[in-house]
Design a protein around this ligand. Structure first.
Ligand code: TYM
Length: 325
């Protein structure tokens, strides 16, 4: 089984990314052939300062390595270093219909948020993502719930290409974690945790300090009543219970039991502690790896070489089928 996933090198990596995607990647690399990509072309669909983008790209690599991506087991590389991604994107552009992109929830949301900057790249974003996946003949795409629609488009485009030009692409399947596919915002449990949220109270970032974590959890929205229980009537507490469970490795029912005689305040104080304990070792590892830029560059060079080996064969076949070579 071959696995592909990607992550944008944005400054803020939050626990939604970690629990919803990266955690799954780390598990999959033990029994699948995994390819993970830092999608810097996707990142520039919103304005980015060049120096920051570069810094954040390397920081992202350090985070992934610290979290447990093992370059001996997985291919880890930067999207812009394998030119076949943009080549395939262009070819797929020509078999995609505009309404298919207009329908994309994430495009509609981002276009609303950045009214003055709705560029063609933002619109084309899902096709570049389809190219990322289809280049590597992928079986499984581990992502959070918010990327499901984009993976659906990749499936549609693979089928369409195969129909027009003959069997070429495998049809990939999205894999979404049942318990963590959608970590909700701390300030609004009805919307997903998001790095582009207006307030930083929305998320716990991977490099938040203990003080920030305590503050954010203290201010996190709760539900009416006082029971600590996972139920659809209590979206805020359910989300906090979920985060508690994912950070501590304890079952939700065990946590509910532990806090059956406690109020929200005590629960939140303990949750902050659990999160701090969970994130501190990761933060230390990130700092250590970040100091070794030589190692990061070596991992990326090796990743690029291995990724390109696969990508170049696919693009050759695609170009032949389309009549470009
Ligand atoms: P990105 O960088 O926004 O997010 C990286 C991963 O984190 C997941 N995620 C969440 N999971 C649970 N709860 C949340 N609140 C939450 N927020 C984010 C995302 O679903 C994602 O899996 N377009 C992609 C990157 C990409 C890609 C690809 C992914 C580019 N090409 C090919 C898979 C395959 C993105 O922007 O992810």
């Amino acid at each position: 089984m071959r696995v592909f996933s990607g992550i944008q090198p944005t400054g803020i990596i939050h626990i939604g990314n970690l629990f919803g995607a990266i955690r799954n990647w780390i598990l999959l690399q033990n029994h699948c052939e995994c390819i993970f990509c830092i999608v810097n072309y996707h990142a520039i669909t919103l304005p980015k300062k060049p120096e920051e983008l570069k810094k954040q790209t390397y920081k992202m690599v350090a985070i992934l390595l610290a979290a447990g991506i093992d370059p001996k087991k997985s291919i880890l590389f930067i999207q812009s270093e394998v030119k076949e991604h943009t080549e395939l994107c262009w070819i797929l552009n020509t078999i995609t219909k505009i309404p298919e992109l207009e329908r994309m929830t994430q495009f509609k949301e981002k276009a609303k948020e950045h009214k003055e900057d709705v560029n063609v790249g933002l619109f084309d974003y899902p096709i570049l993502m389809a190219a990322d996946i289809l280049l590597y003949n992928i079986d499984i795409v581990p992502v959070g719930e918010d990327q499901k629609q984009h993976v659906e488009l990749a499936r549609t485009l693979a089928r369409r290409f195969n129909k027009i030009f003959g069997e070429t692409f495998k049809i990939p399947t999205a894999s979404i974690q049942e318990d963590a596919g959608r970590i909700m915002g701390l300030d609004n449990p009805l919307k997903k945790m998001s790095k582009s949220a207006k307030s930083s109270l929305n998320y716990i970032a991977i490099d938040d300090s203990p003080q920030q974590i305590r503050e954010k959890i203290k201010k996190a929205v709760t539900d009416s009543g006082k029971e600590i229980k996972k139920t659809p009537q209590k979206p805020a507490i359910s989300n906090l219970l979920n985060i508690y469970s994912l950070s501590s490795g304890k079952e939700i029912s065990t946590i509910e039991d532990e806090f059956k005689n406690s109020g929200y305040k005590e629960f939140k104080e303990k949750l902050a502690l659990v999160l701090i304990e969970f994130l501190l070792p990761l933060q230390k590892k990130v700092r250590k790896i970040e100091k070794d830029q030589k190692y990061i560059k070596k991992v990326l060079a090796e990743g690029r070489r291995k990724a390109q080996e696969i990508a170049k064969d696919t693009i050759k076949e695609v170009k032949e089928k389309v009549g470009l070579v």
